[in-house]
Design a binder for this molecule. Structure first.
Ligand code: PGA
Length: 310
């Protein structure tokens, strides 16, 4: 019975090819999405048409017009391929999460805490692989738009993205100076005084920069920007070299504070921001991603508290 049905509807690969041609509107477009040549696609579609026993489409000018038999096959192909994806996920689940890849993209400020979250998780599921991408906020959002990863961590929710989130942790941005800098020795510093110092700022696209700029705008003051530096660590080293002062996430200093950098007590600072874990609304999560999400929700914050005290 199964083989007769199979003979009628063609192979999975043929159904995949048919769907790609249907979605792309032409064989030529399908060559690009499937990385197959035009003759290969035509040959597979011919075989599929023979198996079905009815024409699936007609060539009308440059376009393909699907017949009723073609449309019915497309509908069934979608269901079959969707069921296969579901089966794949259920099987991975039944395999007890022995394998699988968890993909995360986090901002350069969130990179300090993320490994502390991943350590205990990986200990529990040693068979899994983890791909951790570190980038600035704008680049992480671009990855979100491409659907490149399972989860994304950044601050300040952008508008117009269809996402779900767990607010995870506060991310205070603090003013810093080299320990022997005159401002570092003062009990409190006015914003005007701070703005007279040479200021080092993160690159465009950085969430730290975005928050810093909107802070100064709200305060109706302007920092004396002297250098743009696309790295938290390079900013810290520049502060140490007395190239200027800066505002950075307190987390850049929190883990293993080996730097001779001091947080200065400037009026109206710190800037309060929050990190969240984001994922695409309604997106099917892989078994390992589901387990990771539950872990972040139930134990994530506690793990972080422990890590911060390290
Ligand atoms: P970033 O991080 O400055 O590396 O972009 C800030 C954020 O988490 O949004």
């Amino acid at each position: 019975m199964a083989s007769r049905l199979h003979a009628h509807i063609g192979t999975f690969r043929q159904l995949e090819i048919l769907l790609a041609v249907y979605k792309g509107g032409s064989i030529k477009t399908a060559t690009e999405t499937l990385f197959l040549t035009q003759p290969t696609i035509s040959m597979q579609l011919k075989k599929l048409t023979e198996a079905i026993g009815l024409p699936l489409y007609q060539q009308v000018g440059r376009k393909l017009k699907f017949t009723d038999a073609g449309l019915a096959t497309v509908e069934t192909a979608k269901k079959i391929l969707h069921s296969c994806e579901e089966l794949d996920m259920r099987l991975s689940s039944l395999r007890g999460l022995e394998s699988g890849t968890l993909k995360l993209a986090v901002t350069t400020t969130a990179k300090y805490f993320t490994p502390h979250l991943l350590g205990p998780f990986r200990e529990r599921y040693p068979g899994i692989d983890i791909q951790l991408t570190i980038a600035n906020r704008q680049q992480v959002i671009e990855r979100f738009e491409e659907g490149a990863d399972d989860f994304y961590v950044f601050s300040h929710l952008p508008e117009g993205l269809d996402l779900e989130k767990i607010e995870f942790m506060s991310n205070d941005l603090v003013a810093i100076a080299e320990a022997s800098h005159p401002l570092a020795k003062k009990k409190s510093v006015s914003l005007e005084e701070f703005c007279q110092e040479d200021f080092l700022i993160r690159e465009v696209g950085s969430g730290t920069r975005l928050a810093t700029e909107s802070f100064f705008k709200m305060q109706k003051s302007k920092p004396n920007i002297k250098m743009t530096i696309a790295s938290n660590e390079a900013i810290i080293h520049s502060v140490l070299s007395r190239l200027g002062v800066s505002i950075l996430s307190a987390h850049t200093l929190a883990f293993g504070n080996i730097y001779n950098v001091k947080v200065i007590n400037v009026d109206s600072l710190p800037i309060k921001t929050n990190w969240s874990f984001y994922w695409t609304k309604g997106a099917p999560l892989s078994p390992i991603a589901k387990v990771f999400l539950a872990y972040v929700e139930t134990q994530g914050r506690e793990m972080m508290q422990k890590a911060i005290q390290l």
